[in-house]
Design a protein around this ligand. Structure first.
Ligand code: C2E
Ligand code: CA
Ligand code: CA
Length: 409
């Protein structure tokens, strides 16, 4: 059996070939790319489990490649190689780790076969890739999604949303994962686009809604928490959406006013009239609407003004970079102000550091979500997390050690 798929990005053919032969000996399938465009093409197509990356290349440097991999939440185990000094490599490793990229290690060139062998072997032991996309499939098909629905393979993880002023949890966002019998945990970016294309997103959304709602209905807490569910634009062609969601709420005894439906990309909708009707009906039934990824280009000002949203979620790309980039900070600042002007609750997504949290507080952003508080967790872990984070000043997020935010997988 193959140990995994290794994708090598190195402009030095001899080095790439050396890495390939060692990997092949260890039972890996491999692919060599000498420039980034081809590399990202392979990443999308072949779902590598391991990536060997040269830091210094003419077309695009490895740091940029790492940043793009992080942006796409790519979860292959990464080995960084380079002839550049160890100090630089260490800095790269640290910054990659902060972005949540699983770096197995760094290989200062020239390296011997044993060093690489150790890292490829090590990779298998890394906590993230073994639980996440441990051996993802290159081609998920429509019938795989049917099997997933029939076999109850979708699970929902929950990420807390907290009030930035005191760290108190105000709710959770439901994020779907696919517990695949062979490939392990598959993340939404890997199958939601296909489900949207085939229309299977409709039954999948109902399944997620029911799973999340039955988990949520068991939580008793004062003041009551909110639950956010993601909708695709395809859901806004489904004329039964509002009635179906309301039925689930009634059955499970959850008031629609506690549900936030998060939306992006409504600009791409073909039948805008139907979509606006569906959104208005959801609002009339008491659901809250939230505009997701604001500023990313998919969510626009026009939608915000014309649709009955009650919350604005600032795209995480700005929040992640706001501590280093003055531009990002200014964008976050103006989105927060826009939200306040329109009477919307403002939420920052992608809060990873205390520094970002402090900046967001200064900018008077109200709510936050991100790895600094907690990663998405399975239902049981989310309940346990909630028990330790309460409406008491002494348990606010700031005072808690960061180790309490361990992901559940
Ligand atoms: P999203 O709605 O923008 O969800 C937030 C994503 O950011 C999640 O990725 C979450 O794990 C990640 N995230 C949270 N905090 C941080 C942080 O501090 N730093 C970084 N770097 N990332 C953070 P996830 O779970 O992989 O979901 C990806 C996307 O898939 C979601 O983006 C959403 O668009 C879509 N999705 C997830 N669940 C569903 C669903 O049930 N239905 C639909 N239609 N789409 C879903
Ligand atoms: Ca969302
Ligand atoms: Ca978002």
């Amino acid at each position: 059996m193959s140990q995994g798929r290794l994708l090598i990005l190195d402009d030095d053919a001899a080095v790439a070939q050396t890495i390939a032969s060692i990997a092949e000996d260890l039972g890996f399938d491999f692919q060599i790319c000498s420039e980034p465009d081809a590399f990202f093409g392979w990443v999308e197509k072949e779902w590598p489990t391991h990536i060997a990356l040269d830091l210094v290349m003419p077309a695009m440097d490895g740091v940029e490649v790492l940043r793009l991999l992080a942006e796409r939440s790519w979860r292959a185990t990464i080995i960084v190689t380079s002839g550049i000094g160890t100090k630089v490599l260490e800095t790269v490793q640290r910054s990659a780790a902060e972005r949540g990229l699983p770096i197995a290690g760094i290989l200062p060139k020239p390296f011997g076969p044993d060093a690489l062998r150790a890292l490829l072997g090590e990779g298998a032991k890394l906590p993230i890739p073994t639980t996440v996309n441990s051996f993802p499939h290159p081609s998920i098909s429509e019938s795989d999604l049917d099997d997933a629905l029939l076999g109850d393979q979708f699970v929902v993880h929950y990420q807390p949303k907290v009030r930035l002023s005191d760290g108190d949890p105000t709710g959770f966002e439901a994020l779907v994962r696919w517990q695949h019998p062979r490939y392990g945990m598959v993340f939404p970016d890997s199958f939601i686009p296909l489900a949207e294309e085939t229309g299977q997103i409709l039954p999948i959304t109902y399944r997620i809604f029911d799973l999340a709602l039955s988990w949520f209905s068991a939580i008793e807490r004062q003041p009551p928490l909110s639950l956010a569910i993601n909708l695709s634009q395809r859901n806004l062609t489904d004329l039964h959406l509002a009635d179906q969601l309301l039925r689930s709420c009634t059955r499970l005894g959850v008031a629609p006013s506690r549900i936030n439906l998060e939306l992006t990309e409504t600009s791409a909708i073909t039948d805008r009239a139907a979509a606006f009707d569906i959104l208005t009906r959801l609002r009339i039934k008491g659901f809250n609407l939230s505009i997701d990824d604001f500023g990313s280009g998919y969510s626009s000002m026009q939608q915000l003004v014309h649709l009955p949203f009650s919350e604005i979620k600032i795209d995480k790309s700005f929040v992640l970079s706001m501590t280093e980039s003055i531009e990002s900070r200014k964008i976050v600042d103006s989105i927060v102000n826009l939200g306040h002007t329109l009477g919307l609750t403002t939420v920052a997504e992608g809060v990873e550091t205390l520094e970002a949290l402090q900046l967001l507080r200064e900018l008077r952003c109200e709510l936050g979500q991100g790895y600094y508080f907690a990663k998405p967790m399975d239902g049981a872990a989310a309940i346990a997390w909630l028990a330790g984070h309460g409406a008491h000043p002494e348990t606010t997020i700031d005072l808690l050690p960061k180790t309490s935010t361990k992901p559940a997988g």
